[in-house]
Ligand binder design. Structure first.
Ligand code: ATP
Length: 370
């Protein structure tokens, strides 16, 4: 059983109890997951958690030790890589330097001996899809990095695979170009309807492009959900901490009625108030996870607040659109509060060493068991 299969969706890929061992080392640990048709799916996790191994098993470069992987309803264990409707695009793109853009895209189709008129039409279609019509005759070294990335994408999609695996597809591009290209990638995925599975170290990128994100740790799935759900309702401290910035306040829970809980967190401090869909018992250890932007900061005592705590400003990071304040609360805990700089900041009204209040609502955070 896995919570990450949905009987109402049509799965393109089914992992069923998949384990991958390298000698004694377990790289993928009894993993069950469905990836659906037309999905843009992202694998996220720290280095060594097994992302590449998942991709390589899908592509057929790596065998499965235990369990099975199905592609479009068929077990693929005995299907060699070149006979799977799967393609993999590498970060290096691996374009042929001596071939034109057109010939690079046509390469796989020629090898498959596609009939000439159909081949020409298909290459033209790919050039149009990736907006490369004008560059068809150029060699890879005569185009920009972003254009090379699009050639690689066009070539990967030319044979109309059911599944495209993208390993750090935008890793070679600088930040601005990368952001523009993310939207292009989403657009192309939508137009072709191909299922995309992407591995990226850039969480923001995964959150931007993917319809669902899987957070992995040590060969296991920690959570699989939409980017918004992963961010707003992580179901473990690990996931809360891995995605974005978060404050974790440790304490013990006490039911306060109607899905609300008091959280005892510091001596000589009144308890915090938090709601939770998960039940906690009296005295149960818990972690309150709150994103910095859900915490407001002020010099004056807030008139009405479900949670308000005093502290002292340790540090301010000015990020242009945002400012992040590090506040040491009474009792020693350090909290990050973030505000949007919607007005021009002429002179900061809150500065280092200032005594301040931080406040947040009872629904601002998530209460987690571990
Ligand atoms: P990164 O983000 O650094 O690319 P990853 O999440 O893609 O990491 P994998 O490459 O899938 O991680 O590796 C998962 C684990 O399996 C690692 O601990 C790695 O050392 C191990 N591993 C991968 N391939 C082999 C192999 N051929 N032999 C032995 N161990 C391997």
């Amino acid at each position: 059983f896995s919570p990450w299969t949905d009987p109402n969706e049509k799965p393109l890929i089914r992992f069923r109890g998949v384990t991958k061992r390298f000698g004694d080392f377990v790289a993928i640990d009894n993993l069950t997951l469905d990836i659906y048709e037309r999905e843009f799916f992202a694998l996220l996790g720290p280095s060594g958690c097994g992302k590449t191994t998942m991709m390589r098993m899908l592509a057929g470069f790596e065998t499965v030790s235990d369990g099975s992987i199905e592609l479009a309803g068929k077990d693929i264990a005995d299907v060699p890589p070149n006979q799977r409707a799967v393609n993999m695009m590498f970060q290096s793109y691996a374009l042929f330097p001596h071939l034109s853009v057109w010939d690079n895209i046509a390469f796989g189709l020629k090898r498959d001996r596609m009939e000439k008129a159909a081949l020409n039409a298909r290459v033209d279609e790919m050039l149009k899809l990736t907006r490369l019509e004008k560059f068809a005759k150029r060699k890879p070294h005569q185009i920009s990095g972003g254009q090379r990335q699009r050639v690689a994408l066009a070539r990967s999609l030319a044979k109309a695979p059911k599944l495209l695996l993208l390993d750090e597809p935008l890793g070679a591009l600088d930040k601005k170009l990368r952001q523009d290209t993310q939207f292009e990638l989403m657009d192309i995925q939508e137009k072709t309807g191909t299922t995309f599975v992407i591995v990226t170290h850039d969480q923001e990128e995964a959150m931007t492009v993917a319809s669902r994100v899987a957070v992995m740790d040590e060969g296991r799935l920690m959570q699989v959900a939409t980017p918004a759900d992963i961010y707003e309702t992580p179901d473990s401290v690990y996931v809360a901490d891995f995605i974005g910035d978060v404050n974790i306040i440790q304490g013990t829970a006490k039911p306060a009625g109607e899905g609300a809980y008091f959280v005892d967190w510091a001596v000589n401090q009144p308890p915090l108030l938090a709601t939770s869909e998960r039940p906690f018992t009296e005295g149960q250890e818990c972690h309150l996870a709150i994103r910095p932007e859900k915490i407001a900061i002020s010099k004056e005592k807030p008139a009405e607040a479900e949670n308000a705590v005093t502290g002292k400003v340790l540090d301010i990071a000015y990020l242009g659109n945002l400012s992040t304040y590090h506040v040491e609360l009474e009792g020693g805990q350090i909290i990050k509060a973030q505000t949007a700089n919607t007005r021009r900041i002429a002179r900061r009204d809150i500065t280092w060493e200032d005594p301040v209040w931080v406040k947040w609502s009872k629904t601002a955070g998530v209460l987690l068991a571990e």
